[in-house]
Design a binder for this molecule. Structure first.
Ligand SMILES: [Zn+2]
Length: 108
């Protein structure tokens, strides 16, 4: 097979390095501690909140958990840092495009 020229979706060029990494590997998720007030608010309903945070790009997303079963019963919308998202309405970016951009930025 011959060597083909690599073309990368031009939308990735404006993304932050963290965004390109997370779009390639997935978010590096950690759990933020739940605030005391929020815990007290949810406890009577038998629920807890778990806030996921990416240690690389700082994306966050709250999850609502059933305390008894541990099941996720709801997910809030994710908050993305500047430089993460594509322009509104421009569609999804395939992971393969982020991967090619990652190789280009790393020079490998
Ligand atoms: Zn991330």
């Amino acid at each position: 097979m011959g060597r083909r020229k690599v073309q990368v979706d031009s939308r990735v060029q404006k993304l932050s390095d963290a965004s390109v990494l997370c779009r390639t590997l997935g978010h590096a998720r950690d759990i933020l501690p739940q605030g005391r007030a929020r815990r007290a608010e949810l406890a009577p309903q038998g629920q807890r909140e778990q806030i996921l945070r990416c240690s690389r790009c700082s994306w966050t997303q709250p999850l609502l958990i059933d305390s008894a079963t541990g099941d996720v019963i709801g997910a809030g919308s994710g908050k993305y840092p500047d430089g993460y998202l594509l322009p509104r309405g421009s569609g999804r970016l395939p992971r393969s495009e982020a991967r090619k951009e990652l190789f280009a930025r790393l020079g490998v």
